[in-house]
Ligand binder design. Structure first.
Ligand SMILES: [Fe+2]
Ligand SMILES: [Fe+2]
Length: 265
């Protein structure tokens, strides 16, 4: 099986004071050269959910040539921005399937609040969605908020108010990969047979200690899953390499804390 690649970007924050449009444009160029199978945008496209910011985000991101899926962040849902998001970027809950993955992206935002919430109806829908997935596909869930706290991101806040229920549901459904943004610091946790992958910011100047704006690259092989963080215009850093199969993620093989030009070394 040829390697399958997902690029995970988030937290562009178009319209934020000092936001780095140039970095987002460079990221789009890099992504197009990489030719990934899918791009997952994990929310916070804008600073405060106004139309001008959504339009600018769309103008930049529509240059991405790969299939692209969006989910809403807390900043996008503010000022009734959730209506503009749906108009320009699609529905709040998205299902996507090809011959390698089944992905569900869910809106975890609540209007004018920074905390995340899926709720009982949302969880019931997610439960059903993951029930009839073809065997052999990697199950992927994407949302903006974090289900487990992210280190090096400052005082813990804004987490999902029903994160425990969500973690239990996703594990029960055999989800192997969870993609989130929100905290602006790239990180990977493995929890039971699931890997939680957080993207940093690719547009905000609130880097929380990262050297510069960045995004994640997830490479899926027949039984391997590899995650790295790419600095925009700079080197990559491998975050982890795992084996996956029917039982989800089963082992971790290595980990690097250093950014290198060639993470394979
Ligand atoms: Fe953000
Ligand atoms: Fe956020």
């Amino acid at each position: 099986m040829a390697k399958y690649t997902i690029v995970q970007i988030s937290d562009l924050h178009v319209g934020e004071s000092g936001y780095r449009r140039d970095m987002i444009v460079s990221a789009v160029d890099e992504i197009n050269k990489m030719k990934p199978n899918l791009v997952m945008v994990c929310g916070d496209l804008t600073w405060n959910g106004v139309r001008e910011q959504f339009n600018e985000a769309r103008d930049i991101l529509q240059n991405i040539e790969a299939p692209i899926i969006y989910t809403m962040g807390n900043h996008d849902a503010s000022n009734v921005g959730y209506l503009i998001f749906e108009e320009l970027f699609g529905p709040r809950f998205v299902q996507y399937q090809d011959d390698t993955i089944f992905l569900m992206a869910a809106d975890s935002s609540e209007p004018d609040l920074d905390t995340g919430h899926i709720g009982r109806e949302g969880r019931s829908f997610i439960d059903k969605s993951f029930s009839d997935v073809n065997e052999g596909l990697l199950k992927v869930f994407a949302l903006h908020h974090h289900l487990v706290p992210v280190p090096r991101s400052g005082r813990e806040r804004d987490n999902m108010v029903d994160s425990g229920d969500m973690l239990e549901l996703l594990m029960h459904k055999g989800v192997g990969l969870v993609l989130s943004g929100h905290r602006h610091y790239p990180w990977v946790w493995r929890l039971e047979n699931m890997v939680l992958v957080y993207s940093g910011t690719c547009g905000s100047i609130r880097l929380r200690g990262s050297p510069c704006q960045n995004y994640n690259i997830i490479t899926i092989g027949k039984s391997t899953l590899e995650i790295s963080t790419k600095l925009i215009g700079g080197p990559s850093r491998r975050r982890g390499r795992y084996r996956w199969g029917k039982r989800g993620i089963t082992s971790r093989s290595d980990y690097s804390l250093e950014y290198k030009d060639n993470p394979e070394e």
